[in-house]
Design a binder for this molecule. Structure first.
Ligand SMILES: [Zn+2]
Length: 448
């Protein structure tokens, strides 16, 4: 797709999320060649012009943890009110019936939902590959939707018969997992600035793969120069499993196996203790904070305030749609702000800080210093929020998106291309994808 020049004219407010945390009013932004080419007043262009007179412009939001395939199993009865391990056991047999079409369509729908809520860069964690499904199915979906995509090759290798949680039909041989990681990195990973696809290596969790696979995955990722991702310290059951099986806490386990560093990020980390927070800060290990999922599964309140104060890199994740059950990233940012306040008081996290975590914070976690901020030369990934609607009417602060703002973008641009226009996805046929998604969900439910 060719890059056309776009001029965003007369933005009411621009929250740049740059190092100076600039907030601009009444400025224009010229986008060209996939980057922000110019910021200033009175700019001209012969390209497309978007009038942003009523809009707050922010960097596109960054989603650092998701399982897109789960959009096909939202609100499944039996999983609605269970804790993590019981919830997984309800859903594993349903997921075992997925195939390539389920992976492709669920990713399209999940990414479109994210786009409408301001997300321009999403990571995904796919850790089961039944009936010929491949990570490539989700990569193809992201290319159609037009979002910047960091798919991670997840895996499970310890089934029920070996003392693990998943059924044996969903686990793979460890040699085959590593081989597929290499295939995917060679086929799709792009290390260059502006990359639309970067592949990560991501065994599902310490309770579904062996120690050997955790270590080999880290060695492989470093050899290939890609990032590492997994679930860690999600709830009390998770900590108890680690102590019983490995004789140590999750932080120690991660450190012993090479799972700390700037190229690693862990999802959840609800139960990190002070020592583990210090470990993550020292090693520049990232965290994907998933507040709605943590609330939904009753996992607890992640110590995000303590992490941020210690210097831990924190981004946001909507987590899988079966544990949220929506995938609205700006709503997730508001929830992150609210959840810290529940136990720590109203000054525990400001609306601006939560939005920082949702943009710049996520970009840092995913190793993207070319994204997550509005500055000349950075990628043209932007969300435009119309502050003229009922949610913001009467607001005294046009930048307070998370306190009094819409939960759906008016425009979304990725690499300078329009994905959402006037509140509608324009990059692909979303209506058709939703119809297919509902047909597939019905078929799955009829087999239960
Ligand atoms: Zn997850």
């Amino acid at each position: 797709m060719a890059h056309t020049e776009i001029l965003i004219r007369n933005a009411r407010t621009v929250l740049c999320m740059d190092d100076a945390r600039s907030e601009l009013t009444g400025v224009d932004l010229r986008l060209r060649g996939g980057v922000i080419a110019e910021i200033g007043a009175g700019l001209t262009s012969d390209g497309t012009v978007i009038d942003a007179g009523t809009c707050l412009v922010t960097p596109g939001l960054v989603n650092t943890h998701h399982h897109l395939y789960q959009t096909l199993t939202r609100a499944v009865p039996g999983g609605q009110d269970a804790l993590l391990f019981g919830w997984l056991k309800t859903l594993y047999p349903i997921w075992a019936r997925f195939g390539p079409e389920e992976m492709f369509v669920s990713a399209q729908v999940g990414l479109a939902e994210l786009a409408l809520s301001g997300c321009t860069l999403a990571s995904d964690h796919l850790y089961l590959y039944p009936n010929g499904a491949r990570l490539d199915d989700t990569i193809a979906a992201a290319a159609e939707v037009g979002l910047r995509f960091h798919p991670t090759r997840g895996a499970m290798s310890i089934g029920e018969s070996a003392g693990g949680l998943p059924p044996d039909s969903l686990v793979e041989h460890e040699a085959a997992i590593l081989e597929d990681c290499i295939r995917l990195i060679d086929a799709h990973h792009d290390p260059r600035p502006g990359a639309m696809v970067r592949v990560g290596v991501a065994p599902c969790s310490p309770f579904s793969v062996s120690r050997d696979l955790m270590r080999d995955a880290a060695l492989l990722a470093r050899d290939k120069g890609v990032m590492l991702h997994t679930h860690l310290a999600e709830n009390d059951e998770d900590i108890a499993y680690s102590l019983a099986q490995f004789g140590c806490r999750p932080g120690q386990y991660a450190e012993d196996l090479g799972w700390t560093g700037t190229d690693v990020w862990h999802a959840h980390c609800v139960k990190l203790d002070a020592q583990e927070i210090d470990l993550f800060a020292r090693t520049r290990t990232g965290v994907a904070h998933c507040p709605c999922s943590n609330c939904r599964l009753g996992s607890g309140i992640a110590p995000v305030r303590a992490m941020r104060d210690a210097g831990v890199k924190v981004g946001l994740g909507v987590d899988g749609s079966a544990s949220n059950d929506i995938g609205n990233l700006v709503a997730e940012a508001r929830q992150a702000m609210l959840l810290q306040r529940v136990t720590r008081g109203a000054d525990a996290m400001s609306a601006r800080e939560a939005l920082w975590i949702a943009t710049r914070g996520g970009a840092e976690v995913l190793g993207r210093d070319d994204c997550g901020q509005i500055a000349v030369g950075k990628r043209a990934d932007l969300a435009l929020w119309d502050m003229n609607g009922p949610e913001s009417a009467g607001s005294w602060d046009p930048a307070a998106l998370l306190l009094a703002g819409p939960q759906r973008v008016r425009y979304l641009l990725v690499e300078g291309r329009t994905v959402v226009e006037d509140g509608q996805i324009v990059s692909f046929d979303l209506e058709r994808a939703i119809a297919t998604q509902n047909r597939l969900a019905r078929r799955l439910s009829e087999q239960v």
